[in-house]
Every structure is written in structure tokens, then in C-alpha cells.
Design a protein around this ligand. Structure first.
Ligand code: ADP
Ligand code: MG
Length: 702
């Protein structure tokens, strides 16, 4: 039977060394000890690791694996892997398959070619990978290659984090510690730990592969640097949630099967707002596993697309004029015994745990808004944030009427009631009255409460969720720490908690905004409230090293000052590099494809004019067209020269901040001028001679 007909239950997690497999294959005492090690967050001892490794190897070999690899997430935001085979030669000239505990738990890849932001001198090449046993190992089939993947953290010879996973794990520890402290003071003596949960909604575009291959800009930069607007865009709102096209539906099916095998619970899929835009959302899991899984989601989307002669574009803004893509991060805190700390219940006003957690998040978001903003600052995301299609760069929180009312009551001497939610009456007798949710959906808010979780909507589609999530975990941990401090020393916890909530309500109410975040009025109102509107990536990244941020990360053991500095350098550098690649690609296309096509076309028109004149007819209409084309050609030539100059100056600057500023202030503008000329020519030159697939072709041909 083909795999398509295997039941989902049979497929799901079949390539994961998960709990069921472990229970089956590990000796009972080893299994128990291993689980205990994970839940207590301890190191794995060597003997235990040997047994686990052996069981893992046998399982992997039965599935056809010949290799294992330490799979990690360097600061590129992508994943990295180095494969080793299980083969071990014997003295008799044969071979046996071996995999030791040491090989499982630790690797030593050469780190010298990964970005380190100056943390590691090039001669100190050694880096270490360490097994993160909280994220299960899995088997990946790539073509005929079958390999055991071991999720790992990655650090330097001096144990400094060089990856995205380490700070995330550290931030989970911090949140666990502080949230548990708060729970204890509020009388919860049963929950042993608190974890952060994440459900990331992944948006992406799909286009036909034959168009992609003709667009150097998409291939090298992830976005179109040129392209006149399509006569039809998204104005009819007919794509969102529209019926899936057959080819796309088949693609989604293949993606689901691949992801289910890897234990990724891909659940929701639909058309998004822009033509050719789609979304996939998994069921949420712990933030660490969800982050690993999101990397697998992005990889699988791209891999399966190719198999279907499609290309998946993950970039934040592949096409101008239609919506870009984000990655909404749904986040909450949950105890080991299953209590969602952001669950309001039916009477939120007297749910003290919920109110404390809610207020902690409010204060954290307001107090550290610059850091949250910086966690989503990338060159790609600059096209989205504040462009009236995604949240603005102003960080605010949507709470909805009921909770906003409660927060106000808290500031005025205590919350006494929760506004009723009521029912929606549809006016059709056969339809039941629908219970109304206590919060509406506010699609324009950067940070929205959505029933029992927050949705951080500023995250870009191509980003790793690690950065935004370790920032969020850490800032909330910090505020929970402050609250625990107060509550632990108080004699009357209830009064003390009410005092804290009243103070937070008064100080941080300004960050609540339930209206339309896309409007000019809000931008003005935000200024009055003292909220920041940091529009560019460079401006935002410059705030990371502020003293309060350094203190925050150091205090909670999430990042040392040197690690934070290194990360900032890497982010700034990667901003400059991506704009530089865009500039060079734009120049390449403009000079080698557009100019020649436009010149050839103008020559053809000139010849036509000559023949028309020779025939004794008036060629003035053709002349008009030629003049316009020639004007555009000269604009293009001038703008190419300007862009060359600007890019050369910017790339020659040594200082990382100044270089990034220069790219932002001069190179981006110069690229826009080239685009203006090219897009003008697209509307003038004969379509048959135009070298690039157009927006209409890419967005509408399925
Ligand atoms: P939307 O209506 O916002 O598009 P989706 O159904 O597409 O919602 O996605 C919502 C995401 O939120 C899913 O990934 C879901 O699993 C996740 N989610 C639900 N509850 C929680 C929670 N407690 N913590 C984290 N994520 C959650
Ligand atoms: Mg959704």
C-alpha cells in the first residue's frame, strides 16, 4: 500500500526516538533514570548515555540509517549538521556498527566558519555540540540518505554560546525558576515546574519552479528586487481562506506526511491574504521543541515544494504591493501538572494566579519593549513592520474589553467583577446562539491576548523563533522575579499581590491598545503615551547593549555581556551583508538582463520608425514611445552608477554600526531608484522581450 494510505496514527512520530520507543527499548531502570534526568534538568551520566546510545543506534539501523549527526542552530538562524557513520572497522577487516554515549552526548565540529561575532578568534577553531535530551532524536530521510539526527546546543571552546538553542534553554530555566517562586507564594505547592509553550504559525509563498529559476533575485536574496505591480493584487480579498488549488493541496498533503513522520503535529493549513500565500500551524509544544520543529517545518516546506516543481519562499516580503509573511508566535506558560497560567477561567477578576501572570507579562512587554522590538529586527522584517499589513513597530498589547476593564479595576482599588461575554444571536432559528469569546481577534496588534495565550505577531517568517522566545521568556522571568521578591517578604500575600497589581495597572496601562494599530492616530497617540516607534532594524539593534538589557541577561544567566555583544555584532553584520547582496544582485540583473533587453527593444522601435517614415507615414506615436523608453534607459543607467557608488562606499566602512547605517541610508534608496527605472521599462518594453517572469505570472499561475 502506498504511504498515502497509511493511517495518520501509523505515520505520526514513526521516525522519532520518542517516549514510547524509549520505554520499549530501554531497560526499565535506565528508562526511569533517563526520564528523571530530563525532568530534573541534570546532566546524563556516562553509563546511562552508553545504554541510551546503543538503543538509539539499534533503532536507527533498523530504520535503515547508516549515519548519525549532531544537528544544531548556529547564529545564521538556519540549521547545521555534520554526518558520521556508525561504521567501526574491526581487526579482522570487517566492520561493526557502533555508537557510544560520548558520541551521542558530545561532538566537536570545527566552529571557525560559523558567525561568532568576535567571541572566538579564528585560530581557536574548536567548537562543541552537546545533546539537548529534552528534544527527541529523529530520523531524516533525504533522498536515499537515512540519518539519525541528534538535536544539539553549540558553544565555543570557552563554553560561550554560539547558537540559538543555548540561550533559549537558559531562558526556560530562568522562567521556570521565577514562575515557580511566584506560584509557591500564591499557595500552589503541587506544581514542580513551569515551562513556556509555543505554537508558531508559519506563513509562506509558493511559486512555480520554472519562474523561480529565471529570477536571480529570488534565488540569491529571497525576494523580488524588481517587478511592476500586477493589474490584480489582493484587493478582492478572494484568496484568504479560499478553496485550495489542487496542486497546492497535494503539496500540503506531502508536507503533512513528512512532518507527521518527524512527530511535528502540523494541524492547520489555509490560503493567506496575498495571492500564492499560505499558512501552516502545528499544535503547540514546549518552546524548545517547537523551535526545533519550526526549523523542520521551514526545511520540509522547501524540500517538498521542489519535489512538486514549486518553490517555497520564506522571506518576509518576497513581492512588493501584496502582503508579506510573518510567523505569529503563540506563547503561554504551563505547569508540569498541566495548568495554563494564562487561562483566565470564567471569572478572571478573582483568579489571582492569572492576574499576576497577566500583569507580569504587561509590565515585561512595556518595560523591555525595545528588546522585544530588537528580537524581530531583520532586513526582511523592515519591509513588513509598520507597512499597514503587519503590526507597526510600536510595541503595544491587545487585551480586549473584558481584561482591559479588569486591569482598570485593579488600578482603582481591586477587581470586583468580570464583564459578561454574552452570546451572539445570529437571527436564524435553526442556528444555535454562539457563546462569545471574551476577546475578539485583533489582527493589527503586535502582541495580542487570544483567550489563554499571547500571540506575538511581529516575528518575521524566515526568522528562527529562538530569539523572540528567549527574549520573551527572560523579560517575563525578570518581572516574575521582582514579584516573587515582594510576595516572599510580605506577611499578607493577598494584600501584597493586590498592591503589586494596582501598581502595574497604573504604570503600564499605557501599553494596552485595543484599537486599529494601522492608523495614523495610533502612531500619534503612542507618542503621547511615551511608547517608542523604532522603525528600522539598525536603530533597533543599537538598543540591545543598553545597560538594563545587559543586566537582565546577565542576572538570569541567559547571556553574558560578551555573548550579547557578539550577537549584536552578528545581527548588524548580517543586516549589512543582506543589503549588500541585494545591491549586487540588483546591479547584476539591471546590467546584464534589463539594460540589454531595453536597448534591443529601443533599437527595434527606432528601425520601425525609419520604415514608417520611409513609407511616407507619420511615426509620431512610435516616436513618443521611443522617447519614453530612452528616457527610462538613461534613468536606469544613472541609477546603476549611483547604486554602484553607494554600495562601494558602504561596504568599505569598518565600524559595524556605521556600515549598517550607511547601507540603510544610502544603498536602499539607490536600489529603489534602479527599481523605479526597471519597473517603468517593464511597462514599456515588448512583453516577449522582457527577461524576467512578471508578478502576475508568478502570483497567479498555479
Ligand atoms: P489563528 O486563529 O491565530 O490563526 P491558528 O489555529 O492558526 O490560530 O494557530 C494558533 C496556534 O496557537 C496553534 O499553533 C496552537 O497550537 C497554538 N496554541 C494554542 N494554545 C496554546 C498555548 N497554550 N500555548 C502556546 N500556543 C498555543
Ligand atoms: Mg492562523
Amino acid at each position: 500500500m502506498s504511504e498515502n494510505f497509511e493511517s495518520v496514527a501509523a505515520i505520526f512520530g514513526k521516525n522519532v526516538f520518542n517516549d514510547v520507543v524509549m520505554r520499549e527499548r530501554l531497560p526499565k531502570n535506565v528508562y526511569k533514570e533517563f526520564k528523571k534526568t530530563i525532568s530534573e534538568g541534570r546532566f546524563l551520566d556516562v553509563a546511562l548515555a552508553d545504554t541510551v546510545a546503543n538503543a538509539m543506534k539499534d533503532w536507527a539501523i533498523e530504520k535503515g540509517a547508516t549515519h548519525f549527526c549532531h544537528w544544531f542552530q548556529p547564529m545564521t538562524g538556519l540549521t547545521a549538521e555534520k554526518h558520521d557513520s556508525f561504521i567501526s572497522p574491526t581487526a579482522e577487516g570487517t566492520t561493526i556498527m557502533e555508537f557510544s554515549g560520548k558520541e551521542l552526548t558530545q561532538g566537536e565540529p570545527d566552529a571557525s566558519s560559523f558567525p561568532s561575532g568576535g567571541l572566538r578568534a579564528t585560530f581557536e577553531a574548536r567548537g562543541y555540540t552537546a545533546w539537548d535530551c529534552t528534544s527527541p532524536a529523529f530520523i531524516k530521510e533525504t533522498g536515499r540518505n537515512i540519518t539519525l539526527y541528534i538535536p544539539c546546543a553549540f558553544c565555543s571552546y570557552n563554553a560561550e554560546a554560539l547558537d540559538k538553542k543555548t540561550p533559549l534553554l537558559r531562558s526556560m530555566d530562568a522562567l521556570n525558576k521565577q514562575a515557580t517562586r511566584v506560584l509557591r507564594t500564591l499557595g500552589n505547592n503541587t506544581s514542580q515546574s513551569v515551562g513556556a509553550t509555543l505554537g508558531p504559525e508559519q506563513e509562506y509563498f509558493l511559486i512555480d519552479k520554472r519562474f523561480f529559476e529565471k529570477r536571480l533575485d529570488l534565488m540569491l536574496t529571497g525576494r523580488t528586487l524588481f517587478g511592476a505591480a500586477t493589474p490584480r493584487g489582493q484587493e478582492m480579498s478572494d484568496h484568504y481562506f479560499g478553496a485550495l488549488h489542487e496542486r497546492v493541496a497535494s503539496f500540503m498533503h506531502d508536507v503533512n506526511v513528512e512532518l507527521w513522520k518527524l512527530g511535528v503535529s502540523a494541524k492547520t493549513q489555509h490560503n493567506e491574504v496575498a495571492p500564492a500565500q499560505y499558512e501552516l500551524a502545528p499544535v503547540f509544544s514546549t518552546v524548545n521543541v517547537a523551535t526545533d520543529h519550526n526549523q523542520l517545518v521551514m526545511e520540509t516546506l522547501q524540500k517538498v515544494a521542489l519535489r512538486n516543481n514549486l518553490v517555497c519562499l520564506l522571506y518576509e516580503k518576497p513581492f512588493s504591493g501584496v502582503n508579506g509573511s510573518g510567523k505569529h508566535n503563540n506563547w503561554s506558560m504551563v505547569t508540569d501538572d498541566g495548568i495554563n497560567l494564562l487561562e483566565p477561567g470564567s471569572t478572571p477578576h478573582d483568579n489571582m494566579v492569572f492576574l499576576v501572570m497577566l500583569c507580569a507579562v504587561l509590565r515585561a512587554v512595556d518595560k523591555y519593549s525595545k528588546l522585544l522590538r530588537a528580537s524581530v529586527a531583520t532586513a526582511g522584517n523592515d519591509h513588513r513592520l509598520g507597512a499597514h499589513e503587519a503590526p507597526p513597530a510600536i510595541v503595544s498589547v491587545f487585551l480586549g474589553n473584558q481584561l482591559t476593564d479588569i486591569i482598570e479595576q485593579l488600578g482603582e482599588g481591586g477587581a470586583k467583577e468580570s464583564k459578561a461575554n454574552g452570546h451572539l444571536k445570529l437571527g436564524v432559528s435553526v442556528l444555535p446562539p454562539l457563546p462569545k469569546d471574551c476577546t475578539d481577534r485583533n489582527r493589527t496588534s503586535p502582541f495580542a491576548f487570544t483567550g489563554n495565550k499571547f500571540e506575538f505577531r511581529m516575528v518575521g517568517s524566515a526568522q528562527s523563533t529562538s530569539g523572540p522566545m528567549f527574549v520573551l521568556n527572560t523579560i517575563v522571568a525578570d518581572v516574575l522575579g521582582e514579584i516573587a521578591e515582594e510576595l516572599e517578604k510580605s506577611t499578607n500575600v493577598k494584600t501584597a499581590a493586590q498592591k503589586i497589581l494596582a501598581k502595574i495597572s497604573k504604570e503600564h496601562r499605557r501599553v494596552i491598545f485595543n484599537g486599529d494599530n494601522y492608523t495614523e492616530e495610533w502612531a500619534k497617540e503612542a507618542v503621547k503615551r511615551g511608547l517608542l516607534n523604532i522603525k528600522s532594524t539598525v536603530e533597533s539593534l543599537k538598543t540591545i547593549m543598553d545597560e538594563e538589557n545587559v543586566k537582565l541577561f546577565v542576572n538570569h544567566n541567559v547571556l553574558s555581556k560578551a555573548e550579547l555583544k557578539a550577537r549584536t555584532e552578528i545581527l548588524l553584520d548580517s543586516y549589512s551583508m543582506s543589503i549588500n547582496i541585494e545591491a549586487r544582485t540588483a546591479l547584476n540583473i539591471a546590467q546584464r538582463q534589463i539594460l540589454p533587453a531595453a536597448i534591443e527593444y529601443s533599437g527595434k522601435v527606432a528601425k520601425t520608425i525609419e520604415s514608417i517614415s520611409n513609407a511616407g507615414t507619420d511615426p509620431s506615436a512610435q516616436k513618443k514611445s521611443l522617447v519614453r523608453t530612452c528616457e527610462l534607459i538613461s534613468e536606469l543607467q544613472n541609477s546603476i552608477d549611483e547604486l554602484k557608488k553607494a554600495a562601494t562606499v558602504a561596504s568599505g566602512i569598518d565600524n559595524t554600526v556605521k556600515r549598517a547605517e550607511n547601507f540603510r541610508d544610502y544603498v536602499i534608496g539607490a536600489m529603489k531608484e534602479v527599481r523605479k527605472a526597471v519597473d517603468g521599462l517593464e511597462m514599456t518594453v515588448d512583453a516577449k522581450m522582457w527577461p524576467l517572469p512578471t508578478y502576475a505570472e508568478m502570483l497567479f499561475i498555479k
